[in-house]
Design a protein around this ligand. Structure first.
Ligand SMILES: Nc1ncnc2c1ncn2[C@@H]1O[C@H](COP(=O)(O)OP(=O)(O)OP(=O)(O)O)[C@@H](O)[C@H]1O
Ligand SMILES: [Zn+2]
Length: 672
C-alpha cells in the first residue's frame, strides 16, 4: 500500500490499530443505502478482508443514494457490483461478495466465527434478529445500525458485555382490524391498505378465496353479520376477474372490466353495507359512487373538510375542485410533459390531488394496463411501489374509496409513501451513520469496550448526536443469556437422545428440548429420543435449546454445524464440544412472603400495537399441552427463571397460568 494512500489513516488510528486492519476479517451484511457507503468507508480506512453479503438485485430507485451502482447495473446482484466498484478504491483490499440470504443454513455459527467483526446494514427486523443471535452464539462483536429519514442509530453489541438486539422487546408493526379496512375506513391509510392489500389482489392476485382471513376475523369477535356480507362480496369478484382476463372486455371502449370492477366495489358493495343500518347509527354512512355521473360531471357528494367545502353537497364538474388539475386526463397529469412543463404550476405533478373525474380515469386506465399485462402472460400482479401501473391503481382506487367515505384524498406521491411504508431514505443520514459505525467498530478492534456507545442522530439542531453508555445484558433475555455451544454432527445418523445426553455429559436432569418454538422432548415425553435429528428437521444452521425444568441452571443453546470434511465415515457421527457447556446457576428471587404473595409481572407480546397489556403470573403453573403433529407445543410448569421458554410460548400467543386456581382473562381459551 503506498504511503500516500495510508498516511492519514496511520496518523489518525496509530500504528498498532492501523497495522491490524489489513488482517481484520469483516462481514458486512446488506449492500443497500448504508451498506454501499459503509463498504466505501471501510475499504478506504484500510480493512483488508471484507465479505459482503446481500440477497437483492439493484433497482432503479436505489441509484439516488447507493453510489456504488450505475444505471447499467440495474437488475444485477448488489453484492457483486458493490464489491467490483469498491475494489477499485484500494488495490490491497480483498472483497468477497455473496449473493444470498444471510439466513441460509450454510452461514452457520462456525462461519460467523471466522470474522473479527460483523457490521449490519439491513432493513428488516427478521434478518437483524437472526444476525444478532448468530453473533451472540459465535461471540463475535456486532455493530447494528439503521436510519429512518433524518433519524439514525448505531448500537455496538457483544455477548456478556452489552445488551443484545433482542434484550428489549421491539414494537410490533401496525395492523388494522379486517372490518375497518373492509367496511368502515376512517382514515386515508385504511383506504390505501384496502386498495393495495385487498382490491389489487382480488383482481390481479392469485385466485384464492379470502375465507381464511374472514374466519380469523370472526374468531376474534368481529361483527358476524358484517363478515357474512364480506363473504358474499368475495364471491362476486369472480365475474370481474374473468372479465379482466378476457381481451374484449378489458380494453374495449373505456374498459368494460374496469366499469364492472368500479360498479361492484364503489357502488354495489357500498349499497350492501348501507343496508345494514345498525352499522351507521354512530358513524357517517358512505356514499355509493356513480360511474356515469362522475364522467359527465353531475355526480354530487359530500366534500371532506380538507377539500375545503365541509359537509356541503358539491357538484363535481371537472373544474370545481380547488386543488384539482382541471379536466386534463390523468395520464397527461401523471406521466406526460414532453417539454418538461407541468400542466399546473402548483408543485410537481405527483404532488397534486386529482379531481374525482381524474381519479376515475386513472382507475380505468390503470386497470386496462394491468389487464393487458395479464393477457400478455403475467400470472399475477402484486403491489410494487416502483411499478407505475400498480401505484396508479392504488392511488386511484384508494382516492375513490376515500371520496365514498368522506375521507381526505391523497396525492400519488403520498400514496407511494404510505403504501410502500416508505420513510424517505436520506443519503446524508446514511453517511453520518456509517461514520459512527466505523468509529464503534474501531473501538471493538482496540478492545476499548468502555468507549463503546449507543449513538442516535436526532432532530435537535443544537444536539444532533446523542450518545448513551451501553446497558448490561437483560438477565431475562432469551437470546443472549443462553450458554451457546457448537455440535458438529451428521443429522442423518445422530439421534436427539445422543445429543442431549452427550451435551449434558451423562448427568441426569429434567430438561425440555426445543428447536425454535417446537418442543421435541420433555421429562414426561421422550418419544423423539430415538429419532435422528434429520427426521425431526433439525439440521445444520439450527439451534437445539436445552431448558432446565427445575429452573436451577441456565439454558444451553446447541448450534448445529457440519462435520469436518476429513471426519472418518466409520467413526461417531457427532463431535461433542470440548469442554462441555456449563450453564450458570440461576439465582432465584426470594420466595414471596405469605399470606398475600406479591404477583410477579411480566410483559408479554400483545396482538395489538397500541395495547399495552400486562399479564400477571402467579407461581405453580397448571400444565397445558397442545398437540402439533409428531411434536408438541407444550407450555408446562415453567419457572420464571426460564426466559427462553417463556418467550417462545409468548410468541405463540400462549399465556401461562401458573396457579391451578388462576382464571384466564376474557377471550383466552383454556387448554388443560
Ligand atoms: N436476509 C437478508 N439477507 C441478505 N441481505 C438482506 C437481507 N434482508 C435485507 N437485506 C438487504 O439489506 C439491504 C438494506 O438496504 P436498504 O435499507 O437501503 O434497502 P433497499 O432495498 O436497498 O432500498 P429500498 O427498500 O428503499 O428500496 C438491501 O440491499 C437488502 O437486500
Ligand atoms: Zn439479549
Amino acid at each position: 500500500m503506498s504511503r500516500h494512500r495510508t498516511s492519514h489513516a496511520l496518523a489518525i488510528l496509530g500504528p498498532e490499530l492501523h497495522n491490524k486492519l489489513p488482517e481484520t476479517k469483516v462481514l458486512l451484511v446488506g449492500a443497500g443505502g448504508i451498506g454501499c457507503e459503509l463498504l466505501k468507508n471501510i475499504v478506504l480506512t484500510g480493512f483488508g478482508h471484507i465479505t459482503l453479503l446481500d440477497l437483492d438485485t439493484i433497482d432503479l430507485s436505489n441509484l439516488n443514494r447507493q453510489f456504488l451502482f450505475r444505471k447499467k447495473d440495474v437488475k444485477q446482484s448488489k453484492a457483486m457490483i458493490a464489491a467490483q466498484t469498491a475494489a477499485g478504491f484500494n488495490p490491497n483490499v480483498h472483497i468477497h461478495p455473496i449473493h444470498a440470504n444471510i439466513k441460509e443454513p450454510q452461514f452457520d455459527v462456525r462461519w460467523f466465527q471466522g470474522f473479527d467483526i460483523v457490521l449490519n446494514a439491513l432493513d428488516n427486523l427478521d434478518a437483524r434478529r437472526h444476525v444478532n443471535r448468530m453473533c451472540m452464539a459465535a461471540g463475535v462483536p456486532l455493530v447494528e445500525s439503521g436510519t429512518a429519514g433524518y433519524l439514525g442509530q448505531v448500537q455496538p453489541l457483544l455477548k456478556n458485555r452489552t445488551e443484545c438486539f433482542d434484550c428489549l422487546p421491539k414494537p410490533t408493526p401496525k395492523t388494522f382490524p379486517v372490518c375497518t379496512i373492509r367496511s368502515t375506513p376512517s382514515q386515508a391509510i385504511h383506504c390505501i391498505v384496502w386498495s393495495k392489500s385487498y382490491l389489487l389482489s382480488q383482481l390481479f392476485g392469485e385466485d384464492e378465496d379470502s375465507s381464511g382471513e374472514l374466519d380469523d376475523a370472526e374468531k376474534q369477535g368481529e361483527n358476524a353479520q358484517e363478515i357474512a356480507t364480506l363473504r358474499k362480496e368475495a364471491q362476486a369478484f369472480k365475474a370481474v376477474r374473468s372479465a379482466l382476463r378476457s381481451p374484449q372486455s378489458s380494453t374495449s371502449n373505456g374498459g368494460d372490466a374496469a366499469r364492472m370492477a368500479f360498479r361492484k366495489v364503489f357502488n354495489a358493495d357500498i349499497r350492501n353495507l348501507l343496508s345494514m343500518s345498525d352499522m351507521w347509527r354512530s358513524r357517517a354512512p358512505p356514499t355509493p359512487l356513480d360511474f356515469d355521473a362522475i364522467m359527465d360531471g353531475t355526480f354530487s357528494h359530500k366534500k371532506t373538510p380538507a377539500n375545503g367545502v365541509n359537509g356541503k353537497e358539491h357538484a363535481v364538474n371537472g373544474k370545481g375542485n380547488a386543488h384539482a388539475s382541471g379536466s386534463k386526463v390523468a395520464e397527461e397529469l401523471l406521466h406526460s410533459s414532453p417539454n418538461g412543463d407541468a400542466p399546473n404550476t402548483k408543485g410537481l405533478k405527483d404532488q397534486q390531488v386529482l379531481s374525482l373525474k381524474d381519479n376515475l380515469e386513472l382507475f380505468t386506465s390503470s386497470i386496462n394496463r394491468l389487464a393487458t399485462r395479464l393477457q400478455a402472460g403475467e400470472d399475477t400482479i402484486s403491489f410494487d411501489k416502483d411499478d407505475d401501473d400498480t401505484l396508479d391503481f392504488v392511488t386511484a382506487a384508494s382516492n375513490l374509496r376515500s371520496v365514498a367515505y368522506g375521507i381526505e384524498e391523497k396525492t400519488r406521491w403520498e400514496v407511494k409513501e404510505m403504501a410502500g411504508n416508505i420513510i424517505p431514505a436520506i443519503a446524508t443520514t446514511n453517511a453520518i451513520v456509517l461514520g459512527l459505525i466505523v468509529l464503534q467498530a474501531l473501538h471493538f478492534l482496540r478492545k476499548s469496550y468502555k468507549r463503546l456507545k449507543n449513538v442516535h442522530i436526532q432532530l435537535k439542531p443544537s444536539v444532533p448526536l446523542s450518545s448513551i453508555s451501553l446497558s448490561p445484558p437483560n438477565s431475562l433475555c432469551g437470546i443472549c443469556r443462553d450458554t451457546y455451544t457448537i455440535l458438529a454432527c451428521d443429522p442423518e445418523r445422530t439421534t436427539l437422545g445422543e445429543v442431549v445426553s452427550g451435551i449434558l455429559g451423562g448427568v441426569e436432569r429434567d430438561v425440555s428440548i426445543y428447536e425454535d418454538k417446537r418442543v421435541l422432548s420433555d421429562p414426561d415425553w421422550d418419544d423423539n429420543n430415538e429419532r435422528t435429528l434429520a427426521s425431526l428437521n433439525v439440521t445444520k444452521g439450527k439451534f437445539l435449546t436445552i431448558v432446565d425444568e427445575d429452573g436451577e441452571l441456565g439454558t444451553i443453546a446447541v448450534a448445529l454445524c457440519e462435520l469436518p470434511p476429513n471426519h472418518p465415515i466409520d467413526s461417531l457421527p457427532c463431535i461433542l464440544p470440548s469442554p462441555l457447556p456449563s450453564p450458570p446457576r440461576i439465582v432465584k428471587p426470594p420466595p414471596p412472603a405469605p399470606p398475600t404473595p406479591p404477583r410477579q409481572t411480566l410483559k408479554r407480546r400483545v396482538p395489538h400495537d397500541d395495547d399495552d397489556e400486562i399479564t400477571e403470573i402467579e407461581p405453580n403453573a397448571k400444565r397445558v399441552k397442545i398437540s402439533n403433529g409428531n411434536t408438541k407445543i407444550r407450555p408446562a410448569e415453567t419457572p420464571l427463571s426460564s426466559p427462553s421458554k417463556r418467550r417462545k410460548l409468548e410468541e405463540d400467543g400462549l399465556v401461562l397460568m401458573e396457579s391451578a386456581t388462576d382464571k384466564p382473562d376474557d377471550g383466552v381459551i383454556e387448554i388443560d
